[in-house]
Design a protein around this ligand. Sequence first.
Ligand SMILES: [Zn+2]
Ligand SMILES: [Zn+2]
Length: 243
Amino acid sequence: MREKIVADGLNDGAFDVTNVGRHLNAKEFNEALQLPGTVVVDLRNHYESEVGHFKGAILPQADTFRQELPMVLDLLQDKKDQKILLYCTGGVRCEKASAFFKHHGFNDVNQLNGGIIHYTRQVKAEGLQTEFIGKNFVFDQRLGERITNDIISKCHQCGSASDRHVNCKNEECHLLFIQCENCAEKMNGCCTPACMEIVALPIEQRRVHRKGKGKELHRNVYKSRLRPNLSEILNRQLTHQHE
Ligand SMILES: [Zn+2]
Ligand SMILES: [Zn+2]
């Protein structure tokens, strides 16, 4: 058990991981959201909350769950006596996080039972109002389930409203990013002109490329695969072409 806690980045000594928060169903969660002083925290990564989240939620800009908890602890330092509502995709992350916050002196820790997935099912079945807007990001073929028609994020390439997550069409890159329909057409489903070039090669040459300098090429294109600043890269390359 202890080893597992360390693996999650929760290495500040053993604490009772079974002392979790109160589990709320969809109706209870909605009601708690309306109470004055309630603080709602999205425990998912930034690319997940970017396309959909609960109204008014704190959205920590974490790349991983390991980063997330210390970050949230910092953000909520002066809110230990307020009602805290936690949520994640399926409820698993909240089990650990709620015990972590209770251990750190938070007195009213609550969590969405079964996560957003279960919440949206209950909302539909019981005809409740959804307080979650946009898309629920999931790692399947669709990369997300639309919950409401609100589009709360922007295309990472041109900045127009879009919540269309795609993987770069260059298989060796496969970068996950948000790309609008226009940019998808213009960029042939790729993240950068470098990937467009590779995708345009005949299959045999692409294979050679994969063995060779493909990976290296990518390290030079963007600093982080999680925050690749695609619009900046495109602008830089366009300016370069005009010089
Ligand atoms: Zn675009
Ligand atoms: Zn790419």
